[in-house]
Design a protein around this ligand. Structure first.
Ligand SMILES: NC(=O)c1ccc[n+]([C@@H]2O[C@H](COP(=O)([O-])OP(=O)(O)OC[C@H]3O[C@@H](n4cnc5c(N)ncnc54)[C@H](O)[C@@H]3O)[C@@H](O)[C@H]2O)c1
Length: 364
């Protein structure tokens, strides 16, 4: 029996208001015929998933979509290594061969890799079709499925080819978290903790208070944490869809995190793990600047450790290695490196003046 626990909205205003959309959080949503009926009526569907998630959850989606509907299943190989133009082409081929047109709706069933690729395929197919996000990792539920950034990797750089394309809706079925491996769950928790750090000190304290329920994946506590995280992301994205300013605060911990991913090789560290270390580096620099209490930094460190997340940079990475990696990051090649620091717990600011000495003081 489908249960909708929370519904919130990404609200764009003015000429962009037609792109506003709901985020629905609940249980048994994948099989919720009413949801599909409301969102897409009887329109044909291209359902994209991978060889891990598809066998677990695609049958529930089929049940919700009903037998009468024209549905094409596209099952991709699992993994970041397949987030590329060739795999994308496979989605187009399957959709074209099965005679899909502009009326068809693409659906992303999986983690951030599937969501990013399906969203980009939808942005390009027939010059743009609608799509639904059905995120199944905690990271995708609180981060990548919301905000409209879609794309694939290029051999020269990660996420370098893409488009902004907002979904019609995001349906977060928290039942899917039951099968999520522990490391992937912890990586998603890092992003949830990030929202508390950058935007909401009360949320940060609440997360610490309910940490044992979170670790035990208590559905109602998880639903609440996901709701607040999505609400913060929605609020930020609605104010700055294309990252002209404010949206950059969502990159707290990411500048250092990307450096770790780049130096250690993508896949060795999960994105959320690298972000955990990056957040702690940024928090320590913020504390050394007098913006954050040392006790808050310790609290953050303990909290990350509680979920089994790493808190120390890899041994082969000192401040000089970080700086070199950050300078060659494709996103910063044209200008200054931008860092996100905390001016207080729950308040982030964007700076470009962190010195090598400040980094050495916290990284070594
Ligand atoms: N668009 C954005 O704004 C944005 C934001 C953050 C990250 N991203 C992108 O997201 C991707 C990372 O996403 P991710 O962390 O979800 O990784 P992922 O999509 O690779 O999923 C992680 C692993 O979990 C498996 N999995 C997914 N759901 C499962 C479930 N319910 N039960 C069991 N296994 C399950 C997947 O098959 C995969 O092996 C990266 O490509 C990153 O660039 C995009």
């Amino acid at each position: 029996m489908p249960t909708r626990i929370h519904t919130l909205h990404v609200n764009f205003t003015g000429i962009s208001s037609h792109r506003s959309y709901p985020i629905i959080i609940g249980r048994d949503l994948l099989a919720d015929a009413g949801f599909y009926e409301d969102m897409i009526g009887d329109r044909p569907v291209v359902l994209v998933s991978n060889d891990q998630v598809g066998p677990l959850y695609a049958s529930q989606v089929h049940q919700g979509l009903g037998e009468a509907r024209h549905v094409t299943d596209v099952i991709l190989p699992d993994g970041e290594a397949f987030k590329n133009i060739d795999t994308l082409d496979g989605i187009f081929t399957a959709a074209l061969k099965d005679r899909h047109e502009r009326r068809s709706v693409f659906m992303a069933l999986g983690g951030g890799v599937i969501g990013d690729m399906t969203g980009f395929a939808a942005a390009c197919f027939m010059r743009g079709v609608d799509f639904l996000q059905l995120p199944t990792t905690l990271l995708a539920q609180v981060d990548s499925s919301v905000g409209g950034k879609t794309g694939v990797n290029h051999p020269v750089g990660k996420n370098m080819i893409g488009a902004f394309h907002q979904p019609l809706a995001v349906a977060i079925d928290i039942n899917t978290l039951e099968t999520l491996p522990e490391r992937e769950f912890a990586a998603g928790m890092a992003e949830i903790i990030k929202y508390g750090c950058i935007y909401d000190a009360v949320f940060f304290d609440w997360l610490i208070n309910v940490r044992s329920q979170l670790l035990a994946r208590d559905p109602s506590v998880l639903a609440e944490a996901i709701k607040r995280s999505c609400a913060i992301k929605a609020e930020v994205v609605a104010q700055d869809e294309r990252e002209g300013g404010l949206r950059a605060i969502l990159n707290f911990g990411h500048t250092f995190g990307h450096a770790i991913e780049q130096v250690e090789g993508y896949g060795a560290w999960l994105h959320g793990e690298a972000v955990a270390v990056g957040m702690l580096i940024a928090a320590k620099i913020s504390a050394n600047r007098g913006c954050l209490d040392a006790s808050t930094v310790t609290e953050l460190e303990q909290f990350l450790l509680y979920f089994g997340l790493p808190v120390a940079a890899p041994k082969d990475m000192d401040a000089a290695v970080f700086l070199r990696a950050m300078r060659t990051d494709k996103k910063v090649m044209s200008g200054q490196i931008r860092y996100i620091v905390l001016s207080a717990l729950g308040k982030a600011s964007i700076v470009d003046d962190i010195s090598a000495n400040e980094m050495t003081a916290v990284i070594g």
